[in-house]
Design a protein around this ligand. Structure first.
Ligand code: FMN
Length: 171
């Protein structure tokens, strides 16, 4: 069962859940999910949106680029499942099938499933994306995040228009 929500009623919980990690789901060649710690809920061009930042090397990037859609999944009490976070935050969909470790729930609108274990679900359609321009980033941050083997591994910002938001509940 899906209980519709006004996602802004959960803004504090969602924001506080970012540091421990929430999930960013995609569904291109197959379903995939990765942990994200960067993101924000907001409004642009009169639309409710969720922004995510995905490094170029992630399997997730290729999948969002293919479909223009993603779903964000947040644990209800802000505490991620350690096993799920370990798998989705360290393994790549290039190498494993992460759907084997999750209970997927069909999407309502964007064809990217939610996850029963992380019930707060935000379905998004990409309305804007932009690769970071490294020279616009302060030098100390550039050195910390985009040096050596990551010199070309910048993040892409995806602004997702929220097309549906709900909590997955037991039937
Ligand atoms: C707490 C935490 C936060 C993370 N935040 C991000 C993020 O915001 N953006 C990103 O590109 N990678 C982030 N990562 C790394 C990805 O989750 C990780 O590289 C993942 O294995 C990529 O999966 P994929 O190749 O299947 O897309 C984070 C990892 C952890 C553990």
């Amino acid at each position: 069962m899906k209980e519709k929500i006004n996602v802004f009623d959960y803004a504090e919980l969602i924001s506080k859940s970012l540091r421990p990690g929430i999930l960013l789901n995609s569904n291109g060649d197959k379903f995939n999910s990765m942990v994200i710690g960067w993101g924000h809920l907001g409004v642009i061009w009169g639309m409710d949106t969720f922004c995510v930042y995905v490094r170029r090397s992630r399997y997730t990037k290729s999948q969002i680029d293919k479909t223009g859609a993603f779903t964000v999944s947040v644990p209800l009490y802000g505490r991620p499942d350690e096993n799920i976070n370990m798998i989705c935050g360290t393994k790549s969909g290039k190498d494993i099938n992460k759907a084997d470790y999750l209970t997927l729930v069909d999407a309502e609108k964007n064809n990217v499933p939610g996850i029963r274990e992380y019930p707060i679900t935000i379905e998004c359609q990409v309305i804007y994306s932009q690769d970071q321009i490294l020279e616009n980033i302060p030098q100390d941050i550039r050195e910390r995040y985009y040096a050596n083997e990551d010199a070309d591994n910048f993040h892409t910002l995806y602004i997702g228009k929220i097309v549906s938001a709900y909590i997955i509940k037991e039937d």
